[in-house]
Design a binder for this molecule. Structure first.
Ligand SMILES: NC(=O)CC[C@H](N)C(=O)O
Length: 326
């Protein structure tokens, strides 16, 4: 049987990181190796797929930008439409991987597998995790079934939905977890094994799009802490369409901040209440009428959903609906 065609879109990150010594696990340069160099360490990928690819960018994912997201979404959409591409693997730094993966989960419309992968140890490290992660990402992308679950992250032998995944540890290889859904599957003996599916709309079911968009609407994230009201003036700078509050507990904030946000909301600011606790859902309460609830989305993902929703509508009820659906 012909091998599936897997296309690798390489973005840099630690999987392409180089350090001076093999013991150096943190002081390295991310994105220093090309995808060809990274692939040389994993000759086994060629047993599972015909591999082609491109160096989309070579960055530490701290430097990922909204402009690059728009270009990446357009590129992945184009690749997904090609008959000679069966699945796409995106190599990416782990620091912002969950954000890029969620952006594509909403903005790319395809039933083909789109698999994100990275590593926690640089390519030069003793026991580097990149080669096995990349092999498993290719193996997952080679199975058409993977596309049913939207964009996924395959790392450390696990498969997580882009909607539910979070990086939970600064340096350990077992960093990607999904508090609400758990892993949707495992990689075992070269095959993805799936156990559950995300119910929120994604990829082929998504009604959101960034096609033709030159820049995303400006949305800021404000982190709640005791004393935040001292910085109230800087909370809502000029030209901001939306604000996501990483609030206390169930999406709360100091009274003075709420007063100031209410004024800004009257002038059109859309406010989403998320939580800095990173567990549980934020749901509507009378006290914060007029705000949108992030549900279980982390603040950084609520920002992405708000940006894409604002491209489509300024109607607060439609935006609320999007937060229930995606
Ligand atoms: N392990 C990683 O990939 C994190 C390193 C790097 N800061 C990046 O995100 O590109």
């Amino acid at each position: 049987m012909a091998l599936p065609n897997i296309y690798i879109v390489a973005c840099g990150g630690t999987i392409a990181g180089k350090a001076a010594t093999e013991e150096d696990l943190t002081g390295y340069t991310a994105g220093a190796a090309t995808i060809d160099e990274v692939l040389q360490a994993v000759p086994a990928v060629h047993q599972y797929a015909r591999i082609r690819g491109e160096q989309f960018c070579s960055i530490d994912s701290s430097d990922m930008s909204e402009g690059l997201w728009l270009a990446l979404a357009a590129r992945v959409q184009e690749l997904a439409g090609r008959d000679d591409v069966d699945g796409i693997v995106v190599t990416h730094g782990t620091d912002t991987m969950e954000e890029t993966a969620y952006f594509l989960n909403l903005a790319v419309h395809t039933e083909k597998p789109v698999v994100f992968v990275g590593s926690m140890r640089p390519a030069t490290a003793i026991s580097a995790d990149g080669p096995l992660n990349l092999l498993e990402a290719v193996q997952a992308a080679a199975q058409a079934e993977t596309g049913r679950y939207g964009v996924v992250i395959v790392m450390n032998g696990t498969i997580c939905s882009a909607r539910f995944v979070e990086k939970t540890d600064t340096t350990h290889v077992d960093t990607f977890k999904s508090r609400q859904l758990g892993y949707i599957g495992l990689m075992q003996d070269g095959m993805p094994m799936f156990y559950q599916a995300p119910l929120r709309r994604h990829t082929y079911e998504s009604g959101l799009s960034c096609s033709g968009c030159a820049a995303l609407p400006t949305v800021v994230v404000a982190y709640a802490y005791v004393g935040m009201e001292r910085w109230i003036e800087s909370l809502v700078p000029q030209g901001v369409c939306g604000l996501v509050l990483a609030g206390f507990g169930h999406g709360r904030m100091p009274g003075a901040v709420w007063q100031s946000l209410q004024k800004a909301m009257k002038e059109g600011l859309v406010v989403v209440r998320a939580s800095r606790t990173l567990g549980g859902a934020v749901t509507p309460v009378a006290e914060y009428e007029g705000t949108i609830c992030a549900d279980t989305l982390t603040p950084q993902k609520a920002k992405i959903l708000l940006q894409l929703a604002l491209l489509k509508t300024r109607d607060i009820h439609e935006i609320e609906e999007a937060f229930r659906e995606y």
